[in-house]
Write a new protein. Structure first.
Length: 350
């Protein structure tokens, strides 16, 4: 058997990032230009403090994001609402009318700024009914939060305890199982109906949990859901490169100041927006599947959301470069990106 030689450049329809954190204020100014340089659109996570729970807040946040996009760059933030047990079904109608695309479900306590999330899905059933009716997507952080469930099992347990009943009760609600990290999640999505899809991050395609502990504790590889065993990474690579339209790009780029990650109780989140497409290209190349990158990065997400595909293109070239060690991040802080100071094989052309 012969393997096809790796191409030296790749032209793709401009991709979109279907799961992104950009924060707010000075921190946001530092990160929005990175995403806008790569992606036409990004789904903006609403886990600010306080969370983005109303249409009015989401529209104001969108305006602040747009103000951080460099002049001459075209970038569209796709806004979401943070579901709480106080979200009113009427808010969903307002959201739909204002072009908000989805609501995000954070099980209370699951991750960064999720304290005001949902403790019992039953408490938001009227809102989910309104979303199903209005055609808003439900984006799910799929982990149970019970202290007695092992951290590495929380995604698989979520599928059984929460997701399967949710699908049964809302068969026409489009759900994105965000940042999947296990073979159980990849298989569940593969075998489920067409109303469920999943995003996959670059870190979960490139690393397994050893990365967090190599030669000492490495907080910049800590995100939630946490990196898993190699068998799970392989299942995610298989899913992402399978050509199935149920899996698409969502970086979950989640910037935190370096000093808050290098901390006794370090924040969860990997920053990847500076080199998102390059990181995915490395993962797809390692799997011998560069020909599947465009579907994953540029087609399937738009199709699932029912939005038009982009028309412009981007070009990746096989050209080694070194990712910066850090970026400035708000007042006096620094941001340490994924693959900081490491050579990357692919580079996005400006
Ligand atoms: C995210 C963040 O920092 O906002 N962190 C993370 O580890 N992924 C929250 C999230 O998406 O879980
Ligand atoms: Zn996230």
């Amino acid at each position: 058997m012969t393997t096809a030689p790796t191409p030296q450049s790749l032209t793709l329809l401009r991709p979109d990032d279907w799961h992104l954190h950009v924060r707010d204020g000075a921190a946001m100014q530092a990160v929005v230009p990175h995403t806008a340089a790569q992606f036409a659109r990004a789904v903006i996570m609403p886990n600010l403090q306080p969370p983005v729970t109303t249409t009015e807040q989401a529209l104001a946040y969108k305006a602040r994001i747009l103000a951080a996009v460099p002049a001459g760059v075209s970038f569209e933030p796709l806004m979401t609402l943070y579901l709480t047990e106080h979200t009113a079904p009427e808010e969903i109608e307002r959201a739909r009318a204002a072009g908000i695309v989805a609501c995000k479900l954070y099980p209370a306590g699951a991750t960064t700024n999720s304290a005001q999330g949902v403790t019992n899905l039953r408490n938001i059933y009227p809102v989910l009914e309104a979303m199903q009716r209005q055609g808003l997507l439900l984006l799910v952080h799929g982990e149970v939060t019970s202290a007695e469930i092992d951290l590495f099992d929380r995604e698989a347990v979520f599928i059984e305890q929460q997701l399967i009943p949710l699908r049964r009760d809302f068969p026409n609600l489009k759900i994105v199982f965000e940042h999947i990290t296990t073979k159980e999640a990849a298989q569940y999505v593969r075998d489920a109906d067409a109303f469920i899809a999943a995003t996959i991050t670059p870190q979960h395609l490139l690393y397994n949990r050893n990365a967090i502990f190599t030669g000492g504790i490495r907080p910049h590889y800590y995100c939630l859901p946490v990196l898993k065993r190699e068998e799970h990474r392989l299942a995610l690579v298989q899913a992402a490169t399978s050509g199935s339209s149920k899996y698409f790009l969502g970086t979950d780029s989640a910037p935190h100041a370096a000093h808050l990650k290098e901390h006794a109780s370090g924040c969860a989140g990997c920053y990847s927006a500076h080199a998102a497409l390059e990181l995915y290209a490395s993962a797809f190349e390692a799997a011998g599947a560069l020909d599947k990158l465009e579907g994953f990065a540029s087609l399937y997400g738009a199709d699932f959301y029912g939005l038009p595909r982009n028309t412009s293109t981007v070009r990746l070239v096989k050209q080694s470069w070194t990712a910066p060690e850090h970026f400035a991040f708000g007042e006096g802080a620094q941001l340490k990106p994924l693959a900081a100071g490491e050579a990357l094989a692919w580079q996005l052309q400006g």
